[in-house]
Ligand binder design. Structure first.
Ligand code: COA
Length: 168
């Protein structure tokens, strides 16, 4: 299936029927994504099927965050300053239940990686963090090179160097 990636603000986008199976992620798309977009807290990008009516098939929300050096595994800490480090956060990522298993989750993640690659040309960004919803979601991210952070079982990180090597 071919997807169009566009902003949540695009007039073609229909959010009402989105259901990824996780109420919190459904609610975010319907209630908070546009507010947060307007306030500059997080930007939401959605995938709609190219030949569909604009129903959201999947989405992700990204914003900036900071990462404490101490939460990185020992071998990643070397040479890094002790003050908080700049990262992009994938705050949400979800695929409509009817579209799951068709590699849309992967396509959304790669789209987010392409955005951080572009960002990294203009501004310092050490990598990408994500707080996986649960152990199962953690398994999804680990496949793409994310590593677990210290002190939080579900917090994950991937260095920008790794993203550039694998996805540029
Ligand atoms: C997790 C989610 C985003 C994956 O999207 P998807 O489109 O179904 O996944 P894809 O088809 O792109 O799968 C890509 C790969 O990830 C694997 N995968 C998919 N869901 C997975 C999961 N929950 N755990 C581990 N691996 C998973 C697939 O098997 C596939 O691996 P393969 O290359 O070995 O076949 C989707 O199932 C979803 O929205 N779930 C509910 C919300 C959620 O948990 N979001 C995570 C936010 S923290």
């Amino acid at each position: 299936m071919e997807w169009i990636f566009c902003s949540i603000d695009d007039i073609r986008v229909i959010r009402d029927n989105f259901d990824c199976g996780v109420p919190e992620l459904n609610e975010y798309l319907k209630k908070y994504a546009r507010q947060n977009q307007r306030k500059g807290i997080a930007k939401t990008w959605v995938a709609i099927p190219q030949d569909g009516d604009g129903q959201v098939a999947g989405y992700y929300a990204i914003g900036m965050a900071e990462l404490e050096r101490e939460s990185l595994p020992e071998n990643y800490k070397k040479g890094l300053p002790r003050y908080p480090l700049p990262v992009m956060r994938i705050g949400k990522l979800a695929v409509n239940q009817s579209m799951q298993g068709r590699r849309l989750g992967e396509t959304l993640l790669i789209d987010a990686f392409n955005r951080v690659i572009r960002l990294s040309e203009d501004i310092g960004v050490l990598g990408v963090i994500v707080d996986a919803l649960n152990e199962q979601a953690k398994g999804f991210y680990l496949q793409y090179g994310f590593i677990p952070l210290e002190g939080d079982e579900l917090a994950l990180f991937i260095p920008i160097t790794r993203i550039l090597e694998a996805f540029r």
